[in-house]
Design a protein around this ligand. Structure first.
Ligand SMILES: NC(=O)c1ccc[n+]([C@@H]2O[C@H](COP(=O)([O-])OP(=O)(O)OC[C@H]3O[C@@H](n4cnc5c(N)ncnc54)[C@H](OP(=O)(O)O)[C@@H]3O)[C@@H](O)[C@H]2O)c1
Length: 219
């Protein structure tokens, strides 16, 4: 499948690599496609990878991933052209962080509070027939691919309004190594999923670790 990835940060490149390994073709969208470090990364990935503008990536992808900093997300979507999201599955990996980093206790802050979510906001910015699925927001990029832990497989929590889109994302997650996916319901449930990223980051800050993930235990 052709997949457009909006974002050239650690998340965009990690997921790009994993999707290439799963046999997909990707275009990384960025404000600066000719950036030397990105061009070198593209070369290392081989023929399945290209870089382009946000617009190029959005035109290229049959499915799109949003991997931009929250501060830049609306601008990236506008640059991509909102018509390019119509009828597509859109995986929202963002967390609505204020960009100020952690305080002395490892606490990060959401710009939009806790009665709204990035997932809902992105769905609202896009055409109604774009199917946003929240996924991969509650794990560090270091463990996004083939997340293996001695204690077992971690859980990825997803949410979105369209069951077919969620099935497509669950299949993609399985391809990159996520065997346990918990569907939490409609996109509004992003309000419950996104704060897990605050807990993940705080634990990492306090324990100097990127090597942890959430697992839902069931009886
Ligand atoms: N890092 C993690 O481990 C992790 C894990 C889960 C979720 N997330 C979330 O995933 C998203 C991406 O995180 P990241 O760490 O890969 O990188 P990031 O530094 O949060 O975002 C980098 C991307 O945002 C774009 N961007 C920044 N300002 C912009 C603006 N004004 N207009 C348009 N685009 C702009 C950059 O564009 P250019 O390419 O043009 O520079 C770049 O592609 C974030 O929302 C983050 O909270 C991160």
């Amino acid at each position: 499948m052709n997949i457009g990835i909006l974002g050239s940060g650690p998340v965009g490149l990690t997921l790009g690599k994993g999707l290439i390994q799963s046999g997909h073709h990707i275009t990384i969208g960025t404000r600066n496609p000719s950036k030397e470090s990105l061009q070198q990364w593209i070369k290392r990935q081989g023929k399945q990878a290209t870089a382009g503008t946000f617009r190029h990536a959005a035109e290229f992808g049959e499915l799109l991933l949003i991997c931009t900093s929250w501060i830049g997300t609306k601008k990236a979507i506008e640059a991509a052209g909102i018509w390019n999201f119509k009828t597509k599955t859109v995986v929202d990996v963002t967390n609505p962080l204020d960009g100020k980093g952690p305080d002395e206790h490892g606490r990060f802050t959401f710009t939009i509070g806790h009665n709204y979510s990035a997932g809902e906001q992105i769905q609202a910015w896009l055409p109604p027939d774009a199917n946003v699925v929240k996924a991969l927001s509650c794990i560090g990029h270091e463990k996004m691919l083939l997340p293996e832990f001695q204690e077992g497989a971690p859980t990825m929590f997803i949410a979105g309004n369209n069951p077919e889109a969620k099935k497509q994302v669950t299949d993609l997650l399985s391809q990159i190594g996520w065997q346990d996916v918990a569907d939490m319901g409609r996109i509004e449930m992003s309000r419950s999923i996104e704060p897990l990223s605050l807990l993940w980051a705080a634990y990492g800050f306090l324990n100097n670790s990127n090597n942890h993930a959430f697992r839902l235990l069931k009886k």
